[in-house]
Write a protein that binds this ligand. Structure first.
Ligand SMILES: NC(=O)c1ccc[n+]([C@@H]2O[C@H](COP(=O)([O-])OP(=O)(O)OC[C@H]3O[C@@H](n4cnc5c(N)ncnc54)[C@H](OP(=O)(O)O)[C@@H]3O)[C@@H](O)[C@H]2O)c1
Length: 253
């Protein structure tokens, strides 16, 4: 089968799987972080877990960029750099900033993330850097690129701010949970997840291909159910949890 045909069918199947996962996650909460529980198999040290599960994203993208014909294309260079900014931080810096209450992570979650990140890396890098048409430098002036990069930077900033607030809630050695306050937490319980979704919506606009849309669909499928579950958890855990705060979208839901 022609690789482009394979690519399109894979992207469609990938999105269909995301829709199934979205529905499933309302019934089965993904067992990591505060919702981790027994019965999901062996565990390994959390920091290694983060590094192992996120590395395929950065490695796949950089390798596909380096071996593809677009490696001197300015648009491809900007896109791979933006991807790297996010994933170098997420893979090699973020895990060392956390004051997690848990020292370990389930291997089954890590393996699922590795499979996802390999597929996602292929779907994003392969089209952008080889199978798809070369994006010309005029693309930098296209509204899809301009709006996309603004959303990407805005989403990244929101995600960073929200994660920083959470990390700052615990002093070294503390393990309990507290109510996050200030900034975007005045409006919603999970601005980190909203920031992540905005970031990849921006990426989908900038990259303008099916693989990038599939990544956005997966991000929403993973994080929206988790935001609603986390919001409910805060309400159950803290009697004084701010009543006006929504889960994910200010003033709406
Ligand atoms: N693109 C995607 O599909 C995707 C999927 C998953 C995650 N992510 C991103 O990865 C990052 C981490 O996600 P996550 O789900 O692991 O985040 P999280 O559950 O909010 O946890 C982040 C860190 O903050 C701590 N924390 C959270 N709430 C706290 C509270 N109320 N009081 C004290 N400490 C608290 C957690 O401690 P504990 O470990 O002790 O709970 C953990 O160390 C986010 O930026 C998210 O957007 C992206």
């Amino acid at each position: 089968m022609d690789e482009l045909v394979f690519y399109h069918w894979l992207a469609i199947a990938w999105m269909a799987l995301a829709v199934v996962t979205f529905v499933a996650l309302f019934f089965i909460t993904a067992p990591y972080g505060r919702f981790t529980r027994k019965g999901w198999g062996p565990r390994i040290e959390s920091r290694w877990g983060w590094i192992i599960m996120e590395s395929p994203s950065i490695i796949a993208m950089v390798v596909l960029f380096a071996i593809g014909p677009q490696r001197t294309n300015p648009v491809a260079i900007v896109l791979v750099l933006l991807w790297a900014v996010h994933y170098v931080h997420r893979t090699y810096i973020f895990p060392f900033r956390l004051h997690s209450s848990r020292q370990s992570m389930t291997v089954s979650v890590i393996l699922m993330a590795v499979v996802f990140n390999l597929g996602n890396g292929y779907l994003n890098g392969r089209y952008l850097f080889d199978l798809g048409p070369a994006l010309q430098t005029s693309w930098f002036g296209d509204p899809r690129f301009i709006i996309g990069i603004l959303l990407f930077i805005g989403g990244y900033a929101l995600n960073q701010h929200a994660d920083r607030v959470l990390i700052g809630l615990r002093k070294p050695g503390e393990t309990g949970y507290k109510i996050p306050r200030g900034g975007a937490y005045r409006f919603i319980s999970c601005p980190n997840y909203l920031g992540e979704m905005i970031e990849w919506a921006g990426w989908a606009l900038m990259a303008w291909n099916l693989g990038a849309v599939a990544f956005l669909v997966w991000t929403v499928a993973n994080l929206a159910p988790r935001a609603f579950r986390t919001h409910r958890w805060y309400g159950q855990e803290f009697a004084d949890y701010p009543k006006e705060r929504k889960a994910l979208i200010p003033f709406i839901v």
